[in-house]
Design a protein. Structure first.
Lengths: 487, 335, 320
């Protein structure tokens, strides 16, 4: 059974108004295997999922499901043939109970008129048993953590007779034990003969779970094979198209200390965190979700301040109890979610660039518009943001350029310490390299740089000091001479 | 687990509301011992009839993720037009005619609302505000504004049919409870059944909680929105005619301004203004509290001119309390 | 290229408004040219619109910030009632005006605090606020209106300098002030940022609570000013004056191109919408149509404006 092919794609092409999202992708998924689809952001992973689930009709190429060629696949056909996708937002109802969330789709499909709560509970219990999840069926979804919501989404997919379960980046918002738990569930589903495709680009997780791997780059198929055929180097090469970049960042000359934290603690999130940044340093903070890496960044920026511990900036002790404090001490922060936390998508590049430094343009009685425009133009030039003028809305920019606008926003405040949480998430390779170069340049100018990321290769190349967080504590502080760290 | 459940039940919005109602009654009772009497019960029941019906309409709309501020205007038109037609000799005197026309008018405006909101995607608050002025402005322009104070035969018959007649042994006053009190009771049961036990009702919660997810799940989002507004409109028409029957009056501006108090009753009763949450029992408790407050301020010795302010403050406190309660329950469970 | 497109999208709305104003003017020239185009009619129009026009600016500011202020009429009447009582009892007019403005600011700040600090939707807070403020003015007056105010106070909204009513100056000053605040001050820009994306505003270092409170305070102050104008205009203050103005101001801001979800809107558009509505309202008066017909037409216009917006947006999306 393990070798029977469930889904086969050949030469799939899809373009949107001249942009080639998929330029010929082959993929083969067998029954009862865990298949990993990897690729950098913008490589066409999500378009491919939508092609398989029938949301997008492909321009060219052939799709076979269980040996039968299908044309013009519709979402409902895909579901009827057993293809279930669990998107990152799970498409769940926060205001309904666990049982109802699991059973609702089936009830809608069967065109039920009256609701039998007994049946809903039975369906939910059966699904939870099959998946091996245990939850209170009467709990409202909004009261569950992310992992719980994901389990509900998996349960719901299973009762719809899933034969292929596609999970889109399922581990990004999970803590380590939750990831373990998810993998157990996935393995048990595999044992039931269900084919599973996981979109992921974290190699350590792929090693743990996957049987086979397919790599995409720029909308094209690169390679596929058993997981044992890939080592770190081949993986990185196939993923990025570059040989592993060995030019690791080393500061030209270590200078005096810029920033230091001592025994920083926020109960329940992190405790007793101490580290220091010298002039020229780029400090990386990494760790699994729930290790406190993100919380540490938000604490230094005053979003959820630390409760105890000391913070020194340029030798002076400072207090960070609010975002205002952070701003007054000239600390900048690029948040993790660019779209919702970092940018005003409908407003112009100029507005987005000056938002945090707007007070500086208030001279006499009014804002000086030409100065604001000038500053924006300067950053467009310096960071090479691909934009014709400061006026178009940020919505019109690509991910990389939009991220550069967020960086420009903070550079315009002349920060002394610049914290970036996931600075290159959703950014294409070219822009990623440019952003890294910018950060190195800033470090050389004496600005303290902290990069928070779970992208280890990124940290190894760009940070000369790496703080590894484990369960809220500093696990280890190392330089970047290593090639891998146990998280 | 079990214990936690019981605990959260004791501090649920409904229970807190019940405590508040009991405490309030005790306070009023201490000041005016006469408060604890059958007469009070009948008075409150009578006063709550329309509010309860309107609140049920509003609740359904809010659960579906919308809001309706047009029901007072729709209700006014629905009560006025049948009386106008009868007055001009164009309608029959039967109750069927009156209620039928009223329901049809409500249904029509409900349809109009749902087209604006579900098809044209206009924000519900603004759409229903517009409907409100179209309905009341249009109706006065076409039909004028007259006060009808006599009932047609059919309605008069209903008016005379009482469920309970209670004569106070001390004062000799008689208190009557009209048969129409059954309408909100039956409606509550039907709506509760609809919301809890039918796919239609669960669909309303679903679209109010996560519209996109509802679409993905294959629910007919637009159809459900149509149902919410049309049901609300038709039931508003029915309620308006009940108002006319019980008050022996039909005025084109009789209900204007009531939307505030009804929305407040829902919110205090635990209906989340952002959609997806709310129960019939909570809403009815909210109506009960507000009706109690409105009807006992005199007993508490609060002068008439201060009453609107006091009611406003109580609504404000209720709103603050519920929003705090929501936040607390979310936090407590996640931690 | 991009720049042109972006600028153009905003202008569409203004062009449509100017077109509608022209249409009303042309139509009325045919129907009732002589009465409509007379100095006395122009003057009577100018006496009318400032009170609700100023209110509309308050609504605009709140809506741009991503909220709404349904309590404006309540604030207006509360401010009017208190000022009227003070002035009637002999306090100087400027003191009455000052107190009205302070009351507006206090009510607005209260709204803003509940919205920003407790995170209750603006619609709910201001709806409750309306009850509280209207209830308070009812309680203060005890029911009957405060009438017969001194002539000097009456002349604020009824007097004129030569042929030009004072209220026109008041309106122009307020409009310019609001325009200036929105375009040239840090606070104004922060309002736009808050309305565009509240979370991003927070992460950009904007104190969202402070901006929310100040925005509603700003709106409340405009409500207070409007309270002075309407009280002077009617020579009477009570809790239920201008009850149609809530709908009217909503209509104006939406018609004027303010996005109901926040983040977008201009004083120019809102001013044009005020003028348009006054022209239409006056046309009805001249045609001797009943007031209720105005209400009806206002409702229709509100829907038309929103449908128009949706259509314009769609067309623009296509062009991009």
């Amino acid at each position: 059974m393990a070798n029977e092919v469930f889904l086969k794609l050949e030469g799939i092409k899809k373009s949107f108004g001249g942009v080639h999202a998929l330029r010929g992708v082959d993929l083969e998924i067998r029954k009862g295997e865990i298949h990993c689809l990897a690729g950098e952001n913008g490589c066409g992973k999500s378009t491919l999922i939508k092609a398989i689930s029938g949301v997008h009709d492909v321009d060219e190429g052939k799709i076979w499901i269980e040996g039968e060629q299908v044309e013009h696949l519709h979402p409902i056909d895909a579901i009827n043939r057993g293809v279930q996708v669990i998107y990152q937002d799970f498409a769940i109802f926060p205001n309904l109970t666990v049982a109802e969330n699991i059973a609702l789709n089936g009830e809608v499909k069967d065109r039920t008129k009256l609701v039998s709560w007994k049946r809903i509970h039975q369906v939910a219990e059966a699904a939870m048993e099959q998946v091996g999840a245990r939850m209170d069926p009467d709990m409202l979804l909004e009261q569950l953590p992310v992992a719980g919501k994901q389990m509900v989404a998996i349960c719901r997919a299973i009762i719809n007779d899933a034969k292929l379960l596609i999970l889109d980046e399922p581990t990004t918002a999970l803590t380590e034990p939750e990831v373990e738990r998810l993998f157990q569930v996935i393995r048990s589903l595999k044992d039931k003969g269900i084919a599973i495709m996981i979109v992921n680009h974290k190699l350590d997780e792929i090693y743990k779970i996957a049987d086979r791997l397919t790599i995409l780059r720029n909308g094209s198929f690169v390679s596929t094979g058993l997981i044992s055929e890939y080592d770190t180097q081949r993986f990185t090469r196939d993923l990025t198209g570059h040989e592993f970049e060995s030019k690791k960042y080393v500061p030209e000359n270590a200078g005096e200390e810029i920033f230091r934290v001592e025994h920083l603690t926020l109960p329940g999130k992190f405790e007793d965190v101490s580290f220091a940044i010298n002039k020229g340093d780029v400090l990386g903070i990494t760790g699994l979700l729930g290790s406190g890496r993100g919380e540490l960044g938000e604490a230094l920026f005053g979003v959820t301040p630390a409760q105890s511990g000391k913070i020194f900036l340029n030798g002076e002790e400072i207090r960070i109890k609010s975002i205002d404090d952070a701003l007054n001490n000239r600390i900048g922060y690029v948040p993790e979610d660019r779209l919702t936390q970092g940018l005003f998508m409908d407003r112009s590049i100029e507005d987005n660039t000056v938002v945090s430094s707007i007070r500086n343009y208030f001279h006499g009685l009014k804002l000086n518009e030409s100065e604001m425009e000038e500053a924006t133009n300067r950053w467009i030039g310096e960071l090479s943001i691909a934009a014709p003028s400061p006026k178009p809305p940020v919505r019109t920019l690509s991910g990389g350029n939009a991220q550069k606008v967020v960086i420009a926003k903070w550079l315009n405040t002349e920060p002394r310490l610049f914290i970036l949480n996931g600075p290159t998430v959703g950014v294409d390779i070219g822009a990623k390299a440019e952003i890294h170069a910018i950060l190195r340049g800033l470090a050389a100018q004496g600005i303290g740089i902290i990069i928070i990321s779970d992208d280890l290769p990124e940290l190894f190349t760009n940070c000369n000091k790496i703080v590894v967080m484990r369960q809220g504590k500093v696990g280890v502080i190392t330089d970047n001479s290593v090639d891998n760290i146990e998280l | 687990m079990k214990k936690g459940k019981r605990n959260s039940m004791l501090t649920s919005t409904q229970m807190i509301l019940l405590y508040v109602i009991i405490v309030f009654c005790i306070i009023v009772g201490l000041r005016q011992p006469a408060f604890f009497s059958v007469a009070t019960v009948i008075n409150i029941a009578r006063a709550a009839i329309f509010s309860a019906c309107f609140a049920l309409c509003e609740m359904i709309v809010i659960i579906s993720g919308g809001i309706d501020v047009s029901f007072p205007a729709i209700g006014c038109v629905a009560m006025y037009v049948p009386m106008y037609l009868i007055d001009k000799g164009m309608g029959s005197q039967s109750a069927w005619f009156c209620f039928g026309v009223a329901i049809l008018i409500g249904l029509g405006f409900g349809l109009f609302n749902s087209i604006l909101i579900a098809v044209l995607d206009i924000p519900p608050l603004i759409a229903t505000l517009a409907t409100s002025s179209i309905a009341s402005g249009g109706a006065v322009t076409i039909f004028g504004s007259h006060d009808y104070t006599s009932l047609p035969e059919g309605l008069q018959k209903i008016y005379n049919t009482n469920l309970i007649t209670y004569v106070d042994p001390n004062t000799g006053f008689s208190y009557v409870l009209n048969i129409l009190v059954l309408v909100p009771i039956i409606a509550s049961i039907i709506v509760a059944f609809l919301l809890k036990r039918t796919m239609l009702g669960r669909g309303l919660y679903a679209i109010g909680g996560a519209k996109h997810a509802a679409r993905v799940a294959g629910l007919n989002v637009r159809g459900l929105q149509f149902f919410a507004y049309i049901f609300s409109g038709a039931f508003t028409g029915l309620t308006a005619m009940i108002y006319t029957t019980l008050m022996k009056s039909a005025r084109i501006s009789a209900l204007m301004g009531d939307e505030m108090i009804i929305i407040a009753a829902c919110v205090i009763g635990g209906v989340r203004i952002t959609g997806g949450h709310g129960t019939v029992s909570g809403t009815l408790l909210g109506v009960l509290l507000i009706t109690l407050v409105q009807n006992s301020l005199n007993m508490l010795g609060i002068p008439t001119s201060w009453q609107r302010f006091v009611v406003g403050i109580i609504i404000l406190l209720g709103t603050i309390l519920t929003s705090w309660q929501t936040k607390r329950s979310l936090k407590a469970e996640k931690a | 290229m991009e720049k042109k497109k972006y600028g153009k999208q905003r202008d569409d709305h203004i062009v449509v408004l100017i077109g509608m104003i022209a249409a009303v003017l042309i139509l009325m020239a045919f129907l009732k040219g002589k009465t409509y185009y007379s100095l006395s009619n122009l003057r009577s129009m100018i006496f009318q619109f400032p009170e609700f026009g100023i209110l509309a600016f308050g609504m605009m500011v709140c809506m741009i910030a991503g909220g709404i202020d349904l309590s404006l009429v309540g604030i207006m009447n509360l401010a009017g009632v208190v000022a009227a009582i003070m002035i009637k009892n002999g306090s100087p007019i400027f003191l009455g005006v000052l107190v009205a403005v302070l009351i507006g600011a206090a009510c607005g700040a209260f709204n803003g605090f509940l919205i920003g600090f407790l995170n209750i939707p603006a619609m709910l807070v201001t709806l409750c606020g309306l009850e509280v403020y209207a209830g308070l003015s009812l309680a203060i007056t005890g029911g009957p209106a405060v009438n017969a105010l001194p002539d000097s106070f009456k002349s604020i909204a009824n007097g004129s300098m030569g042929p030009i009513p004072y209220v026109l100056f008041i309106f122009i000053i307020v409009a310019l002030l609001v325009a200036f605040v929105m375009k040239y001050t840090t606070f104004g820009h922060e309002i736009y940022f808050l309305g565009s994306n509240k979370v991003a505003a927070k992460y950009s270092g904007i104190n969202t609570l402070k901006v929310t409170v100040l925005t509603h305070m700003f709106s409340g102050i405009l409500g207070g000013i409007s309270g002075i104008v309407i009280t002077s205009h009617l020579n009477s203050a009570k809790s239920s004056n201008g009850e149609t103005y809530t709908l009217m101001s909503l209509l104006i801001v939406v018609l004027g191109g303010v996005n109901p979800d926040g983040g977008r809107g201009r004083v120019l558009g809102v001013t044009l919408a005020i003028i348009l509505l006054q022209l239409i309202s006056n046309a009805f008066t001249i045609m001797r149509a009943p007031d209720t017909m105005k209400t009806f037409v206002n409702g229709v216009l509100l829907i038309a404006a929103l449908i128009l917006d949706v259509a314009l947006e769609k067309r623009n999306r296509k062009r991009m």
